[in-house]
Design a protein around this ligand. Structure first.
Ligand SMILES: O=C(O)CCC(=O)C(=O)O
Length: 309
């Protein structure tokens, strides 16, 4: 170790340090250029897709642009799909959890505890790839979106205090991420309501706010007390709503939820991302895309894992 420090103090060490610095700068520049290129392609494809948003979709996108969240959106015309979703998902049962890694004992992912095999015929795949939802996500990103993840989430009470995503945090992977939560059970203050700090998304006044936090080995989490030090509680949006409600939230902004005190919470959760999202897709394609898939749908599944990957 001592030899290493001695080497750094020599001219060779100085050159090595300079080279390392230049390499890191170059890698950063290449990454930025790649991101810009990808976003430009997605932007041009979005522009040429000529999808016109209806009034409700426009309202949702402007709520998202302003606050980072759009709630109580149950009029999108997905009622029949939600009815089917409720019927199917009520038959799902919790699967064995994998051991190791970061566990959320309060959350069961009912389609798979890991990667989900995307079935374009299933009600889950059909809802998440519904053009009305893809259009909203793409308009929010100003570029055609990817669908990186979907699953049915069952939240249950546990005999412990708030932990992991039940505490305030920002999701990693890009400067903006759009989650869609489709409520299959009513969402109440006691069965895992969702909380969001208004304006903490990329376009909001609190985009750069970093609250005091504690690292749990996976991510930085803040409790209410820590959040209160830097934010006004009047900006904390507390989301509840009846079954059938769709909530869109940019979860790069501060949020928390899923703390069940009584009963349980069941919802369809999907994550839409920009092309430069750095996280892995949690979906695997096992059957070919339908022949009549739209351009938006093809783009949405661009980053999906193929075959046995
Ligand atoms: O379960 C919730 O309500 C919060 C979810 C969450 O933190 C997340 O999706 O990152």
């Amino acid at each position: 170790m001592r030899r290493f420090w001695n080497l750094l103090a020599t001219p060779i060490g100085a050159i090595l340090m300079k080279c390392t610095y230049l390499l890191r700068r170059t890698a950063h520049t290449v990454q930025t250029l790649r991101d810009r290129l990808l976003q430009t392609r997605a932007f041009l494809a979005w522009k040429s897709s000529q999808n016109k948003l209806n009034d409700l979709q426009q309202r949702i996108v402007s709520d998202l642009d302003r606050d980072g969240i759009a709630i109580n959106v149950s009029e999108l015309g997905l009622d029949a799909q939600f009815q089917e979703l409720c019927e199917h998902s009520s038959l799902l049962k919790p699967l064995p959890k994998k051991t190791g890694g970061i566990m959320k004992p309060f959350l069961h992912k009912l389609l798979s505890e890991n990667v989900v095999d995307h079935d374009p015929e299933s009600i889950y795949g059909r809802v998440c790839l519904d053009s009305r939802l893809l259009e909203i996500a793409s308009a929010y990103f100003r570029g055609l979106c990817s669908l990186s993840e979907y699953n049915m989430w069952l939240n249950v009470p546990i005999d412990d205090s708030a932990q992991s995503s039940q505490l305030w945090h920002r999701d990693p992977g890009d400067i903006c991420l759009l989650k869609m939560f489709g409520l299959v059970t009513d969402l109440t203050p006691s069965n895992g309501s969702f909380h969001y700090l208004r304006g903490s998304h990329w376009r909001g006044p609190h985009a750069r706010l970093t609250a005091p936090s504690t690292h749990d080995g996976f991510s930085s989490r803040s409790n209410d007390e820590q959040m209160r030090q830097l934010t006004d509680e009047r900006d904390w949006i507390h989301v509840t709503g009846p079954r059938g409600t769709i909530i869109f939230a940019d979860t790069r902004g501060y949020h928390k939820g899923g703390l069940v005190q009584s009963d349980h919470r069941l919802l369809l959760a999907a994550m839409y991302t920009r092309w430069m999202y750095t996280g892995e897709s949690m979906l695997r394609q096992t059957t070919p895309l339908a022949d009549d898939a739209s351009v938006d749908q093809e783009w949405a599944l661009r980053a999906i894992r193929r075959g046995e990957e």
